[in-house]
Design a protein around this ligand. Structure first.
Ligand code: UFG
Length: 330
């Protein structure tokens, strides 16, 4: 028997909404759960939606009583590194406490399969690159620490109870579904690719944070991974927890680092627009180089990224935001 019915927390967010689309294309029944605090859109053509917060014990319990879930995909979280430094309480509450609430409810209703949206932020400053899963976890900020605490909580649950999970450690999620139905959008937007495309559109300069890093062009290197490749990995992870009753943590990245300057140059090529830039000092907490070794996900889950070369990522991101921008400008 295959899993059929999936609860997607954070279904209105960037990755959660892409996941709903992927699950619906693969024939799953989904319920999206989101408090709409920062999410922007739930694809209306996918399953049901419940607006609420996972910290609302009564609401969550009622949801699990009314629906049977084979598994949960847990995306709901606060994700801004800078904000987490200013307001750590919010991150421990909204990420750690809320996840504990979710796990307790899952246990009470005998739902024992979870796919967790983790982050490369749990590693901290790399001691070596590319980073594999054995790299020490020394997160630099409360956001990364909250994700790491959750991973530890999940491991303890898996040891103690009939509970199976896979934590997927994303590197830099980017791009958009090739259909153009969904796009990357955060409020406020802090991510490089959407900001570069915004600069292409508006002609307002993009700020490059630091050009004195020890890299070939002086700007930071990141590993950009297409959101649809992330979603594919979630489907494979679901199959693995379901069939093999396994648990574990996997990096998801392309294994290829691109500098901020290379991202800007590629975005100029794809959009055919100049993208003005200004240079500023380094952004606090930015490691020089974050590149994944994702061999484990390939070997054990059978994952193979399909779209994660930089031009394809930017092409899809640009195609997805162009219609949105023109609607906004009406
Ligand atoms: N950058 C700029 N100008 C900007 C925005 C970003 O120069 O306006 C630079 C950053 O300094 C960094 C690179 O572009 O060097 C990428 O920055 P992003 O903000 O797009 O992404 P981050 O690498 O900071 O963080 C992302 C996620 C985190 C996750 C991390 C793990 O947002 O949640 O990847 O790799 F933890």
């Amino acid at each position: 028997m295959r899993p059929k019915s999936i609860l997607v927390t954070g279904g209105a967010g960037y990755i959660g909404s892409h996941m709903l689309l992927t699950l619906s294309r693969a024939g799953f029944k989904t319920i999206a759960f989101d408090n709409l605090s920062s999410g922007h859109r739930i694809p209306m053509f996918t399953g049901d939606t419940v607006i609420g917060d996972i910290q609302n014990e009564a609401l969550l319990s009622d949801l699990f009583s009314r629906h049977h879930f084979d598994a949960v995909m847990h995306f709901a979280a606060s994700i801004e590194v800078g904000e987490s430094v200013m307001h750590p309480e919010h991150y421990y509450e909204n990420n750690v406490v809320a996840t504990l609430q979710l796990l307790k409810t899952m246990r009470a209703h005998r739902v024992c399969h979870l796919i967790f949206s983790s982050s490369a932020a749990i590693y901290g400053e790399p001691i070596y690159t590319p980073l594999d899963e054995k790299h020490p976890c020394q997160p630099l900020n409360p956001y990364g620490r909250s994700k790491y605490m959750i991973e530890q909580m999940l491991a303890d649950f898996a040891k103690a109870y009939d509970f199976h999970y896979i934590a997927l450690r994303y590197f830099n999620a980017a791009g958009a579904d090739p259909s153009g139905l969904l796009c990357e959008q955060h409020t406020p937007e802090t991510h490089l690719i959407p900001l570069a495309l915004q600069a292409a559109k508006t002609g307002q300069p993009l700020t490059v944070y630091g050009c004195d890093y020890p890299t070939s062009d002086g700007t930071c290197l990141r590993d950009y991974i297409h959101v649809n490749d992330l979603c594919d990995a979630h489907l494979l992870a679901l199959e693995a927890v379901w069939q093999q009753k396994t648990s574990g943590c996997y990096n998801l990245g392309s294994g290829q680092g691109y500098s901020v300057q290379e991202v800007i140059d590629t975005a100029r090529l794809i959009t055919g627009l100049p993208i003005p830039v200004t240079y500023a000092t380094r952004r606090p907490g930015d490691p020089t180089r974050l590149v994944a070794n994702a061999d484990l996900a390939k070997e054990q889950l059978g994952w193979q990224p399909r779209y994660s070369d930089l031009p394809t990522i930017i092409k899809h991101a640009w195609a997805a935001r162009a219609p949105l921008d023109s609607l906004l400008s009406i």
